[in-house]
Ligand binder design. Structure first.
Ligand code: FE
Length: 203
């Protein structure tokens, strides 16, 4: 009867992940191994200061500047680093471009690899077992769940992120945006459109 076995180490940790994290944080803080203020700072940085707006700037510029797009294709890591977007989980960036023929979608089937310096912290669903399994098995259905309907002539290509490579989807530029500058264009680029589970929004 495992649930009555209080010596079992798993019973020391609550089943809910958030509670488990809190318990670990408390223990590590008490042992003086971590500083809670520093942790808050890291989380705030990725949640609020970085966030997906960095990626949106990259996409907007790629839409506006063909030479920049070429450079991104050749070495995205170096180009975004020049823009100041680098750090943990930002190594080995590769862009994948949506076209009328191909829609790209990113997943990490193994865990939750994600380009933090460009998109911030991954959303909960990105880390879920369901997304990680279904994105590969039935990508069109997953896209439909996200409200993305693709024509039959558009192929879906799913990219599996790893610690080695992180992908940034360059969504298609919406129609009717010819006169917009980079700032206005960046406002059309959603987080999900850069994961491939959404599209850029029309102005
Ligand atoms: Fe991963």
């Amino acid at each position: 009867m495992p649930h009555d076995d209080h010596d079992h180490p798993h019973t020391l940790l609550p089943p809910d992940p958030a509670l488990r994290v809190k318990a670990l944080e408390t223990i590590l803080t008490r042992k003086g191994l971590i500083d809670p203020a520093a942790l808050d700072e890291i989380i705030d940085t990725y949640e609020n200061k970085i966030g997906p707006k960095n990626g949106a700037r990259v996409v907007a510029r790629a839409w506006s500047d063909p030479e920049f797009l070429e450079a991104l294709r050749a070495d995205a890591t170096a180009v975004v680093k020049d823009m100041g977007f680098y750090g943990r989980q930002g190594e080995h960036m590769v862009i994948v471009e949506n076209t009328p023929d191909v829609h790209n979608m990113v997943v990490c089937t193994l865990c939750s690899c994600y380009p933090w310096p460009l998109l911030g912290i991954p959303p909960g669903w990105y880390k879920s077992d369901a997304y990680r399994a279904r994105a590969v098995r039935e990508p069109r259905k997953v896209l439909a769940d996200f409200g993305v309907g693709l024509g039959d002539n558009t192929a879906v290509r799913v990219w599996d992120s790893t610690a080695e490579v992180r992908y940034l989807v360059i969504p298609m530029r919406p129609d009717g945006t010819d006169g917009l500058d980079e700032d206005a264009l960046a406002g059309l680029v959603t987080r999900d459109s850069m994961i491939g589970t959404g599209l850029a929004v029309a102005p």
